[in-house]
Ligand binder design. Structure first.
Ligand SMILES: *Cc1c(COP(=O)(O)O)cnc(C)c1O
Length: 380
């Protein structure tokens, strides 16, 4: 693990605190989630639910996850044996990779990738085979030939994040079909990170489609999501993994020795949140879409070449028009230059040149925070 160092998010958040900068680096909201969820958590804490919950998660949360999967994505998962509650999506991803990969197995993933992927793959002794997303005409795409070339006899699984952090890309039906076909051809599993499942904006080219819902994919997919992003409670660390019984059983085997269980009294509260009416999810998305527009416009006015995201909490932007040539240098200097923190996306690539000039800003912040950041960035 020596090459991994401190995560870029911790590093940049510490820099923001040290310099009094507006922190658009790390993707956490600065407002709380639904009041009914917060009240349910308080009630559970005062109501004596403070001991170890059952290994797979409290029954009402597993039932709520199952109902949510059915209602939004038409997927059937049995709360008893096909759903596992985890310490955030991060643990679900780590436990899935550790459960499914042997040393030397290969994991296909798209880069830029969420930073825990590379570390989890390394912990399993597996090897990552990145496929690079590149910006063309304002949209991130991949080369189908490069995707095919990443698969081989040692491919054990593909790790797919859609909607995608940091690019804001939503994989299209055609792109998902390519991934599914290769999984079938190479008899590979899929692990899907869908923590932004409810953040696809109304002008996106495609809706969110879980890979597990494609023909033949349910039986080979572990589908992962989390409460943190959807309910603005990233500090609660409640995630889940859904899949066919043998896969969820394998993931559970690993998970029980990582954390065993977590956040007992918060689990029933997330069950309450998942039962929110459709209007909650719509309003949540509309709010974030307005914030996206606010920040994209401000970044454009400040001189960045903005790559407008179709979903997630994030926008990426090219620094070339501002004279920047290296995102790491740019982001390290930005707090001193104008009091704003962003994240260089090249740290999420193996092919560093592909991301050299790109930086990521989070827009899951109060409007006045976004406005202040933009006012500062306009001084560049
Ligand atoms: C935030 C995030 C996670 C982590 O989710 P937790 O539930 O906080 O562990 C995983 N994947 C992606 C793409 C994320 O952006």
């Amino acid at each position: 693990m020596r090459p991994f160092g401190t995560t870029i998010f911790a590093e940049m958040s510490a820099l923001a605190v040290r310099t009094g900068s507006v922190n658009l680096g790390q993707g956490f909201p600065d407002t709380d989630g639904p009041a009914v969820m917060l009240d349910a958590a308080a009630a559970a804490i005062h109501g004596g639910r403070n001991q170890y919950p059952p290994g797979p998660g409290v029954p009402e949360l597993r039932t709520a996850i199952s109902a949510h999967q059915k209602a939004f994505w038409g997927l059937d998962y049995d709360p008893d044996g096909e759903i596992l509650v985890t310490a955030g999506a991060t643990e679900a991803i780590a436990a899935s990779i550790l459960a499914l990969c042997e040393p030397g197995d290969e994991v296909v993933c798209f880069e830029p990738y969420y930073d825990s992927y590379a570390a989890s793959i390394a912990l399993a002794g597996a090897v990552r085979r990145p496929v690079t997303l590149r910006a063309h005409d304002g949209r991130y795409t991949f080369d189908p030939a490069e995707l095919r070339a990443a698969f081989g006899p040692r491919t054990r699984l593909v790790l797919l994040n859609s909607p995608h952090n940091p690019t804001g890309k939503v994989f299209s039906a055609d792109e998902l079909a390519q991934v599914a076909a290769l999984c079938a051809e190479f008899d590979a599993y899929a692990v899907t990170d869908e923590v932004y499942e409810h953040l696809v904006f109304s002008d996106a080219a495609a809706p969110h489609v879980p890979l597990a819902s494609l023909p033949g994919m349910r039986d080979r997919t572990v589908q992962i999501s989390s409460a943190g992003k959807t309910f603005s409670c990233t500090g609660w660390k409640i995630g889940w993994a859904c899949g066919p019984r043998p896969l969820v059983s394998a993931v559970t085997r690993v998970k029980q020795f990582l954390t065993y269980v977590n956040a007992g009294p918060l689990q029933p509260a997330v069950a309450v949140a998942l039962d929110s009416p459709p209007s909650y999810y719509e309003q949540f998305r509309d709010d974030l879409q307005r914030k996206r527009d606010r920040l994209c416009q401000g970044l454009t006015e400040a001189g960045f070449a903005v790559l407008r995201p179709e979903g997630t909490y994030f926008v990426t932007a090219d620094i070339t028009p501002l004279g920047g040539t290296d995102g790491v240098e740019f982001c390290l200097a930005l707090p001193e230059r104008c009091g704003v923190v962003a994240v260089p996306t090249q740290v999420f690539y193996d092919d560093v040149t592909a991301g050299r000039r790109l930086v990521r800003f989070a827009f899951c912040k109060r409007d006045e925070v976004l406005d202040e950041a933009v006012a500062r960035l306009r001084r560049l």
